[in-house]
Design a protein around this ligand. Structure first.
Ligand code: NAD
Length: 377
């Protein structure tokens, strides 16, 4: 891999390789773009087969965070960190060593919990640094807010496609009834939608059937349901050569990350079939909006106000897609790039953007965040 060529090509500002010989820590912190504000990105622990795989993941995911924040119109930049280790290799020394590296960045990078890190692990990292927010597994976690963001996105999509605000009688297929999918079913049911659902766990489908009068279907049959809208809330790569031809839904709008198996090919396949696809990182930004608000001092009203940015962003994306005959995925990237360009034009250099935005975040990070207060012993 040509390092600088790759990093420059994807637009990264800074990539840190962290090594601690005592704990055998090997981690990569990728800061993609801070034009909009302090870089935020959760930390993932994964037994990558190669260092190139680890770097590629950090580079790709951090760029995704920049676009997600830009489309959600919230003033944070994009970052991601990966710790190269098997979950069985996790220990307090390793996590603390990582925490010291995060702390050295003095708040240019604020992190949180991602794959293979538990709330206890986050607590360990917090022994060395305050620059940590969010806990996936704290009571309820961000899922209800994420699901509410998805609901608002669905409402924007049906308003755009059918000039209709109302979900009454709308047929919706929901794939995955975990933290987000279950809440989404509740919100849709309360608004009169008719649900078709699947999950690998029969206890979850039974509960949703009982509570929200959903029709349960086999997981492999969810794509071909005769519905208005398909909502993937389980896995990545579910929109692919095999599944897209099966879709009868005219809208795809769900929380799952990385829904398109191949972003370019499958976003255009959906576009050609005239299926209105809500880009996953735009519609599922509720989780990021939630942790951003934890960082600046959580106020529920502000979170709900900012969730409207999701529908506003989607409507702009649909319009761009229509006017320029491009996929909604491409339109979302263009919207993000335009917002980054105008932020850069306002803030000028990297340095000035940090100086302006970070002190406020830092002060509030320590004083106001309920999650940080909860995490710091
Ligand atoms: P979760 O693990 O709680 O739920 C996922 C559910 O999908 C589980 O019930 C699982 O049994 C089911 N599932 C797995 N494979 C399936 C299959 N083939 N068919 C049907 N069901 C299947 O996860 P979650 O927190 O609800 O998140 C759902 C998705 O949304 C994930 O892709 C996640 O990355 C994304 N997301 C979540 C949040 C959040 O706030 N939790 C925020 C942004 C994005």
């Amino acid at each position: 891999m040509k390092l600088f060529e790759t990093v420059t090509g994807m637009g990264h500002e800074q990539v840190l390789f962290c090594h601690d010989s005592a704990s055998h820590l090997r981690a990569i912190i990728a800061i993609h773009d801070t034009s909009l504000g302090t870089a935020m990105g959760a930390t993932r622990l994964w037994p990558y087969v190669s260092e190139i795989d680890a770097l590629s993941d950090a580079l790709r995911l951090s760029r995704g965070m920049t676009y997600k924040a830009a489309c959600a119109n919230i003033p944070v930049g994009g970052a991601k960190a990966v710790i190269i280790a098997h979950p069985s290799e996790k220990n307090p020394e390793l996590l603390r060593a990582y925490g010291r590296f995060v702390h050295r960045l003095q708040g240019q990078f604020v992190t949180g919990q991602d794959v293979n890190l538990t709330p206890d692990d986050v607590r360990e990292i917090c022994c060395e640094t305050q620059y940590v927010v969010g806990q996936e597994e704290k009571a309820g976690g961000p899922a209800p807010v994420t699901a509410m963001g998805v609901l608002l996105g669905i409402q924007a999509a049906i308003a755009y496609r059918w000039q209709q605000e109302n979900l009454e009688g709308m047929r919706v297929a929901v794939q995955g009834l975990g933290n987000v999918g279950h809440h989404l079913c509740q919100y849709l049911h309360e608004r009169g939608a008719k649900l078709y659902v699947c999950d690998l766990d029969p206890a979850k489908t039974e509960e949703v059937k009982r509570r929200y009068q959903a029709t349960v279907v086999e997981p492999q049959e969810i794509y071909s349901q005769d519905v208005d809208l398909f909502s993937p809330c389980a896995l990545g790569s579910v929109l692919n050569d095999a599944t897209i031809p099966q879709l009868k839904a005219q809208i795809v709008a769900g929380a799952a990350n990385n829904q398109l198996e191949n972003e370019l090919i499958h976003s255009y396949l959906l576009h050609e079939k005239n299926i209105l696809y809500c880009p996953d990182y735009v519609i599922n930004a509720g989780g990021l909006i939630n942790v951003y608000n934890e960082m600046i001092g959580y106020k529920e009203a502000k979170v709900f106000q900012q969730l409207n940015n999701i529908s506003d962003g989607l409507l702009q994306i649909f319009e761009r897609s229509n006017l320029n005959n491009i996929s909604t995925h491409q339109a979302a990237q263009n919207l993000a790039e335009d917002r980054l360009k105008s932020a850069r034009a306002k803030t000028g250099s990297l340095k000035s953007s940090h100086n302006k935005l970070f002190p406020q975040v830092k002060r509030e990070l320590f004083n106001n965040s309920p999650v940080v207060r909860q995490l710091i012993p």
